[in-house]
Ligand binder design. Structure first.
Ligand SMILES: C[S@@+](CC[C@H](N)C(=O)[O-])C[C@H]1O[C@@H](n2cnc3c(N)ncnc32)[C@H](O)[C@@H]1O
Length: 187
């Protein structure tokens, strides 16, 4: 990622921090389907931003590795984890995912979440980090029900990409209104 892009993300996270407190939230794709979440174990969140999902998972007992390139995002995530009493279960990792999933996050993980960040070059690596029975939860911007754009998945992208990965079973795939979500499980 370019320095300018990183500074843009830092500025965005800093502005949100200044605007008030932040909640811990389940991954978008799991709302209404929380029964799919494993009982506990290790979790990885890619592009965790301000940590809402990472800390939500930690509150449910997961030991979470949360990766982002933005120092401001990670600072907000650290503060949220501490405020939520889950600081000892969240490990924040500063890394540029353009270089792949960091070597310090080898897994295996019982849950891998990536939402509102799309890099198809990471799809295989995300699936490879799953433990047997582990759950993958992905949400991206999509051209389905919206205009195509450089950061948007083409309709069907998630189902085609993850459906082609051996040992992965797609549990659900939804797209429309400019978003696409996929939940899959490692057999
Ligand atoms: C739209 S935010 C989503 C944050 C969080 N996943 C959520 O759902 O609220 C996108 C995040 O991706 C991070 N990001 C963008 N490009 C990245 C990269 N190459 N490596 C690591 N993080 C990146 C940004 O810093 C930002 O926190």
């Amino acid at each position: 990622m370019s320095r300018a892009d990183q500074e843009r993300w830092d500025a965005r996270h800093t502005a949100v921090s200044a605007s008030g407190e932040q909640a811990c939230l389940p991954p978008d794709a799991l709302r209404g389907r929380l029964e799919l979440l494993p009982a506990g174990g290790r979790a990885l969140e890619l592009a965790c931003g301000r940590g809402a999902v990472a800390v939500w998972l930690a509150q449910r007992g997961f030991a979470v590795d949360a990766v982002d390139v933005s120092g401001a995002g990670l600072e907000a995530a650290a503060a949220l984890a501490t405020r939520s009493g889950a600081g000892d279960r969240v490990r924040l990792v500063a890394a540029d995912l353009d270089d792949g999933i960091p070597a310090s996050c080898p897994g295996p993980y019982d849950v891998v979440v990536c939402q509102r960040f799309r890099d198809p070059r990471l799809y295989d690596a995300m699936a490879a980090r799953l433990a047997p029975g582990g759950l993958l939860v992905v949400t991206v911007l999509s051209a389905a029900g919206d205009e195509p754009g450089p950061f948007r998945a083409a309709p069907g992208e998630l189902a085609a990409a993850f459906g082609a990965i051996a040992g992965l079973q797609i549990v659900s795939h939804d797209e429309g209104n400019g978003a696409a979500s996929l939940i899959a499980r490692r057999r």
